[in-house]
Design a protein around this ligand. Structure first.
Ligand SMILES: NC(=O)c1ccc[n+]([C@@H]2O[C@H](COP(=O)([O-])OP(=O)(O)OC[C@H]3O[C@@H](n4cnc5c(N)ncnc54)[C@H](O)[C@@H]3O)[C@@H](O)[C@H]2O)c1
Length: 366
């Protein structure tokens, strides 16, 4: 097995998790970190012992030995330029959601990745939550028949709402519901979205950050099935970065109810009162094990690069998710349903990125 050289741009919350996973992975020969906050760079470097560190991410792109780049930087305006430069430098790319701010940017990134035969995937980490994977499998193996309708309710704390709202004017549809739009469209595939209706609430975050508190979205699919997603970021603190999710997936032969509200473990201390530990969306290390999806997701990307495999999340799917949350934003703004035309969706052609066409990691270095 060829040991990979992996670079990470932005070692904040998610990038720090990804750096620790890479440092512990036998797939990774050398880790390279780029972070503009020097104190945070030192903190993550102390834990992960990288081969190189830099405050200028372009140093990673110039390094011919680096095979793959994980982009975990904020604000989200950095995603498109960093991904574009990384792909143009010949690196496989894992990019945290959102894929870009505009559909045209997403198209450009997808085109570059295809033309250069590079892997390009987006961080829809909830697909690696075992409870979500269970729902998908129950559809794929016929246990609940064909999905008919679904509901996902996802809410996170206002600490996180403030963190996100303080850096960018993206809605809870674009930043939170996006995970569930990705997941439900994946479950309902090959059906595709044709209409989106959404309403937002603006009571708490509007005066501070000019963003909504929450959004409720109804998506209609091309066979008449429909699903609804609610997402918000104004829950009171219950743990640093607490998240609470509930799923109802109803099929022709059965239904699955998923409680991912993280109320199964409670901690009660004199100092902080009741908290729900291990309740964040990416998850966290708990002594010798990892609780949550981000470790498995990061390992999956490393495996795909090392073994020339197509990652689970295609950028075409991420683009379709973007169309839905952009339509949700527009619907909430204009107070009417928004149609998505089939001609606006990515084509149904098979993915061009078959294993043979993916640039060999070994060949890349020789
Ligand atoms: N999948 C999930 O569960 C999940 C959870 C949270 C966030 N996210 C996504 O991950 C991304 C990162 O979120 P986060 O909470 O880790 O953010 P964060 O703000 O904690 O970390 C981002 C880091 O990027 C660094 N950075 C900014 N510009 C840089 C540059 N030019 N070069 C190098 N580093 C730079 C910042 O200094 C910061 O440390 C977001 O875009 C968000 O959408 C995903």
């Amino acid at each position: 097995m060829t040991a990979l050289n992996v670079g990470i741009i932005g070692t904040g919350w998610c990038g720090g998790i990804r750096a620790e996973v890479c440092a512990a992975s036998p797939y990774v020969g050398a880790l390279h970190l780029a972070e503009i906050k020097e104190a945070r760079l030192r903190e993550v470097a102390d834990k992960t012992k990288p081969a190189t560190v830099t405050t200028d991410y372009r140093t990673l792109l110039e390094n011919q030995n680096i095979d793959a780049i994980i982009i975990s930087a904020t604000p989200e305006t950095t995603h498109y330029p960093m991904a574009k430069e990384s792909l143009l430098a010949g690196k496989h790319v894992f990019l945290e959601k959102p894929i870009a701010l505009e559909l045209s940017e997403a198209d450009e990134l997808i085109d570059i990745s295809h033309s250069k035969g590079l892997l390009f995937t987006i961080g829809y980490s909830q697909r690696f939550n075992p409870k979500f994977a269970y729902v998908k499998r129950a559809i794929d193996d016929g246990t609940i028949g064909q999905p008919v309708s679904a509901l996902v309710s996802r809410h996170i704390t206002r600490n996180l709402g403030n963190k996100i709202g303080g850096r960018i004017k993206l809605s809870p549809a674009a930043m939170e519901a996006t995970h569930d739009i990705d997941f439900v469209l994946w479950c309902f595939a090959p059906r595709r979205p044709v209409r989106v209706y959404a309403q937002e609430v603006r009571k708490i975050m509007q005066p501070v950050h000019g963003v909504p508190d929450c959004v409720w979205i109804i998506v209609t699919l091309d066979d008449g099935c429909a699903f609804t997603i609610g997402a918000g970021w104004v829950l009171p603190p219950a743990y640093p970065n607490f998240s609470s999710t509930w799923i109802e997936m109803v099929g022709t032969e059965g239904a699955i109810m998923v409680d991912d509200t993280h109320r199964d473990v409670t901690l009660n201390t004199m100092k902080r009162g009741i908290e729900f530990p291990i309740s964040t969306m990416p998850g966290e290390k708990v002594a010798h094990v990892y609780a949550g999806p981000m470790e498995a997701e990061t390992i999956h990307f490393l495996e795909c690069v090392a073994l020339n495999r197509q990652p689970l999340v295609t950028p075409e799917h991420a683009r379709m998710v973007m169309q839905v949350y952009q339509a949700a934003d527009k619907s909430a703004e204009e107070g009417r349903p928004i149609d998505i035309l089939p001609s606006e969706l990515p084509s149904r052609r098979p993915l061009p990125r078959q294993a043979d066409s993916i640039k060999s990691v070994t060949a890349d270095r020789s």
